[in-house]
Design a protein around this ligand. Structure first.
Ligand SMILES: Nc1ncnc2c1ncn2[C@@H]1O[C@H](COP(=O)(O)OP(=O)(O)OP(=O)(O)O)[C@@H](O)[C@H]1O
Ligand SMILES: [Mg+2]
Length: 282
């Protein structure tokens, strides 16, 4: 082959190993969306960390975000309740709607948004306060309880839902920071649900926990999924398979594939998804 032809010839490889920007394979949209996210881009300074992602998150689904480290899972998750606002050089483009309303409307009350869209972080971060005061914190600042007995009820119900009540009911005045890691994480979940959110975002909530505490949190996710929309970032494909209805595979800031979890893990459409879930990289 003459050299000139060689240079012009496209590199031959199967079409689906190439990421086409903005083209997500599978089923990224929903008939009953809680979030409608369109052409979302996130920049840190000049660096584009999220590249033209469009996705619906359905009401009351559990969706797992997976993908190699640095692919943008946390960045995209934080867009959903404006947690990126506090990062100085971070800019967001595109349309992000929650129940049809613009999340980034300058008139939006961000405190109210974060009460509706709660977050649980990788490392449990209880306040240096009592167990009771941690859970009561949100309801107090949002004025959700007028009487002490109402607040007591919210605290008890939240701790029950988080599967922690029996372990702590006799020591609600004890410092939260003295609890085990798994208990602290369940306390953070209780704190997030105490304000009756509609959505709970979880960024690797089990990565610091032992298998027993992890199993407890996974049971909890299953229970919560009856009434909440849950978005969970995880590095554990077993965990994604166990807890989620749908799985989204991210790669270098792109959303490569979204589909029913069982489909993603048994018959991925995209070569990159397959490479990741079969452990060829990541
Ligand atoms: N505060 C920040 N300032 C500048 N760049 C950032 C910041 N946070 C993340 N990034 C960059 O954005 C890209 C996506 O990072 P992100 O933390 O969202 O990835 P991730 O998929 O959550 O990774 P991991 O699995 O390791 O948590 C990376 O290239 C990262 O270096
Ligand atoms: Mg992350």
């Amino acid at each position: 082959m003459p050299e000139a032809d060689l240079i012009k010839a496209p590199i031959e490889r199967p079409a689906d190993t190439v990421i086409e920007e903005g083209k997500t394979v599978g089923v990224p949209f929903s008939d009953d969306p809680k979030f409608q996210l369109r052409n979302v881009e996130v920049f840190y300074g000049e660096t584009r960390a999220i590249k033209n992602i469009s996705l619906d998150i359905a009401r009351n689904e559990v969706i797992a975000f997976i993908g190699p480290s640095g692919c943008g899972k946390s960045t995209f998750l934080r867009c959903l309740n404006r947690m990126n606002d506090s990062i100085e050089n971070c800019r967001i483009k595109g349309s992000l709607l929650l129940d049809g309303q613009d999340i980034y409307d300058p008139k939006r009350d961000v405190v109210e948004l974060r009460a509706r869209v709660g977050m649980v972080f990788q490392k449990p971060n209880p306040f240096p306060k009592s167990i009771y005061d941690n859970v009561a914190y949100g309801p107090r600042i949002h004025g959700l309880a007028n009487r002490k007995s109402d607040l007591d009820d919210i605290v008890e119900n939240s701790l029950r839902k988080a599967g922690l009540w029996n372990e702590v009911k006799d020591r609600l005045d004890a410092m939260a920071t003295g609890m085990s890691g798994g208990q602290q994480q369940r306390l953070c979940i209780a704190r997030a649900i105490a304000v009756s959110p509609e959505v709970v975002l979880m960024d690797e909530p089990c990565s610091a926990l032992d298998p027993i505490a992890t199993a407890r949190i996974e049971e909890l996710i299953a229970e919560l999924s009856e009434s909440y929309t849950i978005v969970i970032v995880t590095h554990s494909m077993q965990q994604a398979a166990r807890v989620s209805n749908r799985t989204a595979y991210f790669h270098l800031g792109h959303l490569v594939e979204v589909n029913d979890t069982s489909k993603v893990f048994t018959m991925p459409e995209h070569e990159l998804t397959e490479s990741y879930i079969t452990g060829r990289f990541g």
